[in-house]
Design a protein around this ligand. Structure first.
Ligand SMILES: C[S@@+](CC[C@H](N)C(=O)[O-])C[C@H]1O[C@@H](n2cnc3c(N)ncnc32)[C@H](O)[C@@H]1O
Length: 365
C-alpha cells in the first residue's frame, strides 16, 4: 500500500523561483516559512542540495567512536533536517501533473509511493526526489549473483542492495535433507528465492508488511519460483506447516525507534522482534533443524547492545551457536569518511549465526 502524503497547510507560504539564493531560502525555512518553488525543476533540485549542505554544516562533529547517546543525537538531527528540508514545496495537479520548466513525469513514481491523486496539492520536493529515485531502482532491479534475474523492490520494501550477506545464504551448508524452510521477514523475497534456487523444495516466506508480500510475489513470478515458495502475511511464523528443517531470518537490526514506516525494516525498538523470534523458534523446528539468523554487529559497535549479544540471547532462549559465518559490508557508506557512523561502519561485520536447540543438540561445531 502506498503511504499517503501528509497534509501540508503552511502558515506562511513564500513563492520563490530561480532568482532566490540558497542563503535566503535557508534563512526563511529556519524561520519556519514554507517555500513554494515555481522555477526550473532542476534548479529546484540544486537548491534542495544546497539547503542539505547548509543543514549538514550545523551538525556538531563527533570526535572518536560513536556511542549510543551520539547515535540518538544523530538520529534526532536527521529527523529535524528532514522536516526543515520538507519546507521546500512544489504544487502538483491531479495525477501529479507538474507545471515547471524541465519537470520530469512524476505520475508513476508518485502513485507507487503515495497513491493516486485527484486534487491539486503541495508536496515537499525532497519527497518527490525520494519517490523518483525509489521508482528508478524498482524498475532497474538489484542484481543478485545467486539469482538469474534481478530482484525488483517496491517503494517501502527493504532493498537487498547491500547484499553481501546473501553470499552467506548462498554458500552455507544446508542441514542434511532440508525439505521445508521458512524465510521469516522475507521483504523482497530474496532469501526465499535463493533457497529455492539452491533446491529446497518447499519454502514458506512470511512478512507483516503487505507491500513486502506483494513485492515478493512479483519477484517469485518473475523468477518462476512460485511452485516452491508460498507467501503468508503473518507476524513471524506461518500457521501451517508448523515445523521446518531450516528457519532463516534477517530481522531489523538496530534496536531503536523507527521514525517512518519505511524504517520499520531496519529498526526494532528494544530488540522486540528479535527476542520474540528467538523465544519461539525452537517450537517451529523439526528434529535436527537449524536456525540461520543474519545479524550485523553495528548495534554493538555503537553500544546500542552489549558485546556478544547474539550468543547471550541464543542461550537465554535455549539455543546454541554451532557456526558463525562472517562477511564485511562493502557498500559505499562503509567507505564514506563524512558519515558520522563511519568509524563503526568501517568495522561492521554481518554474520550468519547457525543455531540449534541446546537440548538434544546433534550438530557438530
Ligand atoms: C531487514 S528486512 C529483511 C528483508 C529480506 N529478508 C532481506 O534479507 O532482504 C526485515 C524484514 O522483516 C519484516 N518484519 C519485521 N517484523 C516482522 C514480524 N514480526 N514478522 C514478520 N516479518 C517482519 C520487515 O517488514 C522486513 O521486510
Amino acid at each position: 500500500m502506498p503511504t499517503p502524503l501528509p497534509p501540508i497547510t503552511p502558515k506562511h507560504l513564500y513563492p520563490i523561483a530561480d532568482d532566490c539564493t540558497a542563503d535566503k531560502a535557508y534563512q526563511w525555512i529556519n524561520q519556519g516559512a514554507h517555500l513554494l518553488w515555481s522555477g526550473d525543476y532542476h534548479n529546484g533540485i540544486q537548491l534542495l542540495s544546497a539547503l542539505k549542505r547548509r543543514t549538514d554544516k550545523k551538525r556538531k562533529q563527533q570526535s572518536g567512536p560513536i556511542n549510543a547517546e551520539a547515535f540518538h543525537r544523530y538520529r534526532m538531527f536527521q529527523s529535524q533536517k528532514a522536516s526543515l528540508l520538507n519546507r521546500l514545496l512544489i504544487k502538483v495537479g491531479p495525477e501529479y501533473a507538474l507545471d515547471l520548466k524541465r519537470a520530469p513525469d512524476l505520475r508513476g513514481a508518485c502513485e507507487a509511493a503515495f497513491g493516486e491523486l485527484s486534487n491539486e496539492t503541495l508536496i515537499p520536493l525532497r519527497m518527490v526526489q525520494g519517490a523518483l529515485s525509489a521508482y528508478a531502482w524498482q524498475n532497474k532491479g538489484v542484481h543478485i549473483p545467486a539469482l538469474p534475474e534481478p530482484i525488483h523492490v517496491r517503494y517501502g520494501v527493504f532493498s537487498p542492495v547491500r547484499g553481501e550477506y546473501l553470499n552467506l545464504i548462498q554458500t552455507a551448508k544446508l542441514p542434511a535433507n532440508t525439505q521445508c524452510a521458512f524465510d521469516i521477514g522475507t521483504g523482497s523475497g530474496v532469501i526465499a528465492a535463493i533457497l529455492a534456487q539452491r533446491g529446497v523444495p518447499e519454502i514458506i516466506a512470511t512478512d507483516t508488511s503487505e507491500d513486502a508480500i506483494l513485492c515478493a510475489a512479483e519477484n517469485f513470478a518473475r523468477l518462476k519460483l512460485q511452485h516452491a515458495i508460498r507467501l503468508v502475511q503473518a507476524d513471524l511464523f506461518p500457521p501451517q506447516p508448523a515445523l521446518a528443517d531450516l528457519i532463516v531470518c534477517n530481522p531489523p537490526w538496530i534496536p531503536a525507534r523507527p521514525t517512518s514506516p519505511i524504517e520499520a525494516a531496519v529498526y526494532d525498538p528494544g530488540n522486540e522482534m528479535l527476542e520474540r523470534f528467538l523465544s519461539q523458534v525452537t517450537q517451529h523446528l523439526n528434529p535436527n533443524g537449524q536456525v540461520w539468523l543474519v545479524m550485523s554487529n553495528l548495534a554493538e559497535l555503537i553500544q546500542l547492545r552489549p558485546p556478544n549479544f547474539i550468543p547471550y540471547l541464543a542461550e537465554k532462549h535455549g539455543l546454541r551457536v554451532i557456526e558463525r559465518l562472517d562477511t564485511k559490508p562493502g557498500h559505499a557508506k562503509s567507505k564514506n569518511t563524512n558519515d558520522p557512523l563511519y568509524e563503526a561502519r568501517a568495522r561492521e561485520v554481518t554474520s550468519l549465526w547457525k543455531l540449534i536447540p541446546s537440548a538434544g543438540a546433534t550438530a557438530k561445531l
